[in-house]
Design a protein around this ligand. Sequence first.
Ligand code: GRF
Length: 202
Amino acid sequence: MIRLGVLISGSGTNLQAIIDAVAEGRLDAEVALVCSSRPDAYGLRRAQAAGIPTRGLSREVYADPLAADRIIVEEMRAAGVEYVVMAGYMRMVTAPLLAAFPDRVVNIHPALLPSFPGAHGIADAFNAGVKVTGVTVHFANERYDEGPIIAQQALAIEEDDSPESLEERIHAIEHVLYPQALQYIAQGRVRIDENRRVRIAK
Ligand code: GRF
């Protein structure tokens, strides 16, 4: 059983997938806290509906991103969080957070990293005309979308796909892959080797 703190900014469908996986016994974890970079994020309501403590951080707090992360660290520690899970969190995580949770900050990205990093992974892949894209779960580091990769799943972009239909299929994959990757962590099977590559024990 691991204690997770989830960072969100928006609708929180990945948060919901994690909450559901915990409730259904597919993820041996407890979501101890949900922090949002937007106080009106719909995901906060999902957390409240599940009885999870929440904290909404105002835009003003992020005027100083390091100070914002210090607040988050304080809240996460007070909640006994062991792993910080970014789920549609639209802010950079900075040194204070990464230092407080070394190799314990996890992110999901809607493309096959290292291809198409950044805030528009789905549209960037579609517009590049690649025939395969996918989803990546990885540890976050100071270079953000470059941290050690925990899990990936590919999907083919079909002739009749639109950015919208592609997005729908990407999200469906995310909602399965993220709880699965977190479960590997919960089971103690994930380690980072001497080359900074993730190894998952059988
Ligand atoms: C997901 O596509 C995730 O990969 C990206 O932001 C989106 C979040 O969606 N980082 P949601 O808030 O979990 O619904």
